[in-house]
Design a protein around this ligand. Structure first.
Ligand code: SP5
Ligand code: ZN
Length: 344
């Protein structure tokens, strides 16, 4: 299987994040995550590692608003040019607009508040380059499956599924899976299946009113879990996208059998849609040991999830999203991918 990976992610290395209650903790979405996955995959005879190709900005601008991409590109340099009476590390605002305030301010901190949904996507010197490289990994994997590969894995960091048309948040800046899916949709219908523990609010936002891409997310119920404001069962698409988005909110403590029941329903929807390509947003924070998750999915459960998705027999791009139990992350990804090996 072709695996796409770029070292550029390591330049994006925030030192802290803010948990609920205002507690600062070390940033969970760390460069070390990739080392764990690489270590596990390099031990597999069926894995071939590649650098991504550069697809330029067009496929990114097909899902993200141009003013947002320009902000991501320029923000850190602008931040460095500002004079402050406090130390400047990452660009991270502390003021956010209430509902209904749609004005886009001129000041950098105003724009940062406008484009960020929370405090977990700070912008550092290497953030934009890392986000671009991750998007190129997803696009390169997409290109591989249009070329006849049975499956490809995009080892993306930073992750993407919380990034919407014009927002970052939840460790995400550019929506790698959405960018790849939109690119693939020029050749055939596409389905995105998001198995990250958290609702894929960014992917939902991007495709909500679009007809070419079916989007499905299985996740912790936003009634108790981040991202709180999106991912409910009654959000099913609008306009051209009407009926083409499905959320499966699940309770805390969901185990393998509960999860696989929801997954089977999701797979039936994909089968009925008859896509030409499948994109999987693969967050491993559904694993029982995850520090951010409250599901009870075992390693065997993850392997079963992979086997059932592979059973659709669609050309499949698997895109790395979350997963924060670093000691288990690599083996979890290997278990997920195992059933997508080609017929060699
Ligand atoms: C890509 C991805 O998985 N992003 C997830 C971002 C989640 N951020 C919210 C963190 C909420 C922290 N709750 C503390 C629970 C500690 N047991
Ligand atoms: Zn997640």
């Amino acid at each position: 299987m072709r695996v796409y990976y770029s070292d550029l992610h390591s330049q994006h290395n925030p030192s802290f994040e803010v948990f609920d209650g205002g507690v600062q903790v070390p940033y969970l979405e760390s460069p070390g995550r990739m080392q764990q996955v690489l270590a596990a995959l390099q031990g597999q005879a069926w894995v071939n590692l590649f650098d991504p190709d550069d697809f330029g900005l067009d496929p990114i601008l097909a899902v993200h608003r141009p003013d947002y991409v320009e902000f991501l590109c320029d923000a850190f340099e602008e931040w460095m040019q500002q004079t402050t009476n406090y130390p400047k590390q990452a660009l991270l605002p502390a003021t956010f607009p209430p509902r209904g305030w749609s004005r886009r301010p001129k000041t950098l901190l105003g724009r940062a508040g406008y484009y960020m949904m929370d405090l977990s996507a700070p912008i550092l010197a290497g953030t934009y380059a890392a986000a671009l490289a991750a998007a190129n990994c997803a696009l390169s994997g997409a290109k591989a499956i249009t070329g006849g590969e049975r499956a490809a894995f995009a080892l993306c960091r930073p992750p993407g599924h919380h990034a919407g048309k014009a927002n970052c948040g939840g460790y995400c800046y550019l929506n790698n899976a959405a960018i790849a899916a939109q690119w693939l949709s020029e050749s055939a219908k596409v389905a995105i299946l998001d198995i990250d523990y958290h609702a894929g609010n960014g992917t939902q936002d991007i495709f909500y009113e679009r007809g070419e891409v079916l989007t499905i997310s299985i996740h912790a119920d936003p009634d108790f879990e981040y991202p709180y404001f999106s991912g409910y069962a009654d959000e099913t698409g609008k306009g051209d996208g009407s009926g083409l988005h499905h959320n499966f909110p699940l309770p805390a403590g969901t185990n393998d059998s509960g999860y696989l029941t929801a997954l089977d329903e999701a797979l039936a929807l994909i089968q009925a849609f008859q896509p030409g390509f499948l994109v999987v947003s693969a967050g491993m924070d559904l694993y029982v040991g995850d520090p951010l998750g409250r599901f009870q999915i075992s390693r065997q459960g993850i392997q079963a999830i992979g086997a059932r998705i592979a059973g659709l027999r669609q050309p499949t791009l698997i895109v790395m999203e979350g997963g924060y139990d670093n000691t288990a992350l690599g083996e979890n990804i290997a278990a997920l991918l195992e059933n997508f090996r080609g017929s060699d």
